[in-house]
Design a protein around this ligand. Sequence first.
Ligand code: SF4
Length: 472
Amino acid sequence: MNTQSASLTPELIEKYSVQGPYYTSYPTGRQWTGEFGAEDFRRGLEELVRSDPNVPLSLYLHIPFCKRRCRFCFCFAEVTRSREKIDEFLGVLFQEIQLVRRLFDSLGIEPNFREIHLGGGSPSYLEIDQLKTLIEHLRPLVDVASLDEFTLETDAITVTSDKLLQCRDLGISRLSFGIQDFDEQVQRAIGRVQSPELIASLMTPDVRRSFHGVNFDLMYGLPFQTRQSFRETIAKVVDLSPSRAAIYSYFHMPEMYPNQGPIQQADLPGTAEKALIFADAVEAFVRNGYEFIGIDHFSRPGDDLARAKDVGTLLRHFMGYTAGRTPHLIGLGPTSISGFGDCYAHNTYSMDEYRQAIQAGRLPLLRGYRMTEDDKIRWAVISRFLAYMSVEFRDLDERFGIDCRSYFADELAGLESFVDDGLVEWTDDGFRATALGVFFARHVCARFDRYAPVDGRAKKNQFVPAIQRGQC
Ligand code: SF4
């Protein structure tokens, strides 16, 4: 996909300078409520597995501990040096795994988990014997040996190349490193100092051969970041040649995330600079042979994500983009999110509530949501657009028995302003983003979000990150 960052004018950036959801779900978490409970979860799961007993599933586990607390981070995590504390938490997590196993047993179903994602926090902070014990406890629920993908979020200072190879021996097949930025001044400001040489020392030929892929997470909008400094970071990233990369936006919300307190607003790049930092990065990745997968993901042509995009199976969910094996995800651990069938479910943020619920044999749910038919139609539009930057009406008409042109008459009329701005163009059977419009894909999606504010766009500072991945 070509991009046109040179056409990103200050006027356009200002006009669209509003924060909005990442649309890893629809409706977004703001619509979910505490009325959704364990019985809704069970019923939703039952409907899913009754419609296809062999339905592929993925599993997310949230390990909320880190060796350090980075100042930019949005994740639910705490720093600890206490192995006992982590062991105690793992004991509760093992009980939650058993709880879910019993749920499947009560439905008479052998679950078909195809993927696992260990996130947090820093799951790589676990000692090898703790990871081994965790995987042992997963075996009643998951056939680890037959997984298509098993990812470990990795903080570089918690591993050695030997430890990574031991992780591979346990069945972990992908690594995701939190990189953010390689500029020393930026790293000091965000409290996360790690050199490109450290990452290079971990990505030995043995490690590269042993894993199916390596992802780097980057972040733009960080203190002291400039277009030039981030270009240099991208050049170093390209030299290290991860198979995938994702670039997330930093949002400064110290009132919500106290760890961001030491970051000074005055040190952050301005709105226009931030947009151009991102646009430069997109161009640099594409120029260096990466495929632009969607709004913030890139992959080498041979990677699963690029292949999924080519064959039309790319999916959007709480992990960002996935290779399309399954849209159905079950999340375990505090704050984790499940999304399967018609349901979304969100676990509690409180460690005490989490522990008490599990020990009482209850799912530790905070809130959830059951999609309506209209939600499903809108999610089909939004997720398709975010994956392929285009929407084809005929597919939706056939799938949902609607006439898109009349069903979305108001929304399509609302797209005219995007057409006028050169961001969207009509096709014979729908619409697509222009090369410039890919930078505004989430704004287009907001037009189809019936819960968004009246003008179809979220207001400034109303954004809540909703990607279920650490920035580790
Ligand atoms: S970025 Fe990773 S290591 Fe840093 S605080 Fe967040 S989860 Fe922990």
